[in-house]
Write a protein that binds this ligand. Sequence first.
Ligand code: PRP
Ligand code: URA
Length: 206
Amino acid sequence: MSLHVSQHPLANHLLAELRDVKTEPASFRRRARLLSTILMLEATADLPIRKEIVETPLEKTEATKLGCGLAVVPILRAGLSMLESALELFPDVAVGYVGLERSHETAVASSYYSKLPPLAGRRVLCVDPMLATGGSASQAIALLKQHGATDVSLVCVVAAPEGVERMIQDHPEVPIFVAALDRELNGSKYILPGLGDYGDRLYGTH
Ligand code: PRP
Ligand code: URA
């Protein structure tokens, strides 16, 4: 398993603004989208490429293009905030959805929806801003594998050590890309220092 923590100064700057309790939903959504773009670029830096001859206005030249299909699968609902970045960067990306919701009492996620494109042969980016206990990401990635995914990366904004540990246990081959690895979970399984409930902060639902 590899854990990539972004070192980009803009990623840290945007994360600081997301952490700030004073950041309201409209600003939160904008910053979340910008940060997702940085993380998405970092998560795809090793994509396979292929050579192609293109004709410039002056002559033919060998150029490189993306060499594999891509799929992005946001975990609903907070993962939706990362989808637009993927669509802007990779207009041909296939999109799947996995709906999971953590119980407020047990923090165990249960599934309420899924719709997935064919995943075999594609790089699959599973996106969810918060990796807390890791239960949601682990469950989602198990589902992606059942649908033929063999090359999955997990892209999150903030991870807790407990979530990373869970991923190492359940999906050790899946690389994880984050803006920050935080300290710990609290008694209610929220990330500390974290930024609160990402879905609530995006959509103003608290
Ligand atoms: C949040 C978050 C992750 C999950 C992380 O979603 O977006 O999906 O919790 O927690 P875990 O690692 O302990 O599973 P939540 O279930 O609150 O649903 P929401 O996105 O609809 O707000
Ligand atoms: N989900 C969130 O949105 N935030 C946390 O800190 C943990 C789970």
